[in-house]
Design a protein around this ligand. Structure first.
Ligand code: ADP
Ligand code: ADP
Length: 228
């Protein structure tokens, strides 16, 4: 459902961030992208929702070139979870979750019910947490809200760029378990960037190993040939 075909990205300063990159990510699959810092993981993610465009090559979603989608429609259909917690600090948790559903003109009742379901799903009591401000939550709780906020308007695709790297090991493991549970329940297509091999192996239906802007291998965990 997401297909990269011979994609290259050269930044204006001449940096060749992505070189002849081809990859097919199936519908409902959790694909982890792993590789050392600077290998092009974030660039790859940003090209999916057109924060940046390839210098050459093409990217397709459901068989249609991403350049043929209305850009707002494209982005509304893609949830993005960043490494830095990016909740709106002046909005309550419930308001944070409601941002994209409101843009999509969901009915208030639908938004409230969706928000309750999502909070329940990550083990946060809606009546307690809905009215709190982001600053009143722990780092792990805030990141959990970041994850469910990306899911709120039911996007088909979720991009997660090292979403747990700023967390302590316990919150991290909790959130990894949440993602596995979510993946089972909602069957979304997820692209998950990490530089932690254990995390990549644990979460990925398949793992895409990257190096210097190119794909080295893509396979299921048990099939990967490790070249340390
Ligand atoms: P990460 O390794 O977590 O992807 P980086 O520290 O490499 O993050 O990059 C952070 C941001 O800075 C990215 O959004 C990237 O686009 C930008 N960036 C990285 N390298 C350069 C560079 N050489 N010139 C300009 N911007 C850069
Ligand atoms: P990763 O996410 O794997 O750390 P990035 O995609 O952030 O890698 O970066 C890939 C390469 O592109 C790196 O060499 C980085 O310095 C460079 N880069 C990233 N963003 C920019 C930018 N805006 N301008 C120039 N070079 C960049």
């Amino acid at each position: 459902m997401i297909e990269f075909k011979n994609v290259n990205k050269v930044y204006p300063d001449g940096t060749e961030a992505i070189k002849d990159f081809s990859l097919e990510i199936k519908e409902g699959e959790l694909m982890t992208l792993i590789g050392p810092s600077g290998c092009g993981k974030t660039t790859t993610m940003k090209m999916i929702n057109r924060l940046i465009d390839p210098t050459s090559g093409s990217i397709y979603i459901n068989g249609k070139a991403i350049t043929d989608y209305n850009i707002h429609e494209l982005r509304w259909n893609i949830g993005y979870v960043l490494q830095q917690i990016a909740l709106f600090p002046h909005m309550s948790i419930a308001e944070n979750i409601a941002v994209v559903p409101e843009m999509k003109k969901w009915k208030k009742q639908e938004i409230v019910s969706r928000s309750h379901d999502l909070l329940d799903m990550v083990g946060l009591d809606p009546s307690t947490f809905g009215n709190r401000m982001p600053g009143e939550l722990s780092g792990g709780q805030q990141q959990r809200i970041g994850v469910i906020r990306a899911l709120a308007a039911d996007p088909d695709i979720i991009l997660m760029d090292e979403p747990f790297s700023a967390l302590d090991p316990i919150s991290r493991e909790q959130l990894q378990n949440d993602i596995q549970q979510l993946q089972k329940e909602i069957k979304k297509t997820i692209v998950f960037v990490t530089h932690d091999m254990d995390e990549a192996l644990k979460l990925g239906d398949r793992i895409c190993l990257m190096k210097d802007g190119s794909m080295v291998q893509v396979d299921q965990a048990e099939q990967l040939i490790m070249n340390p």
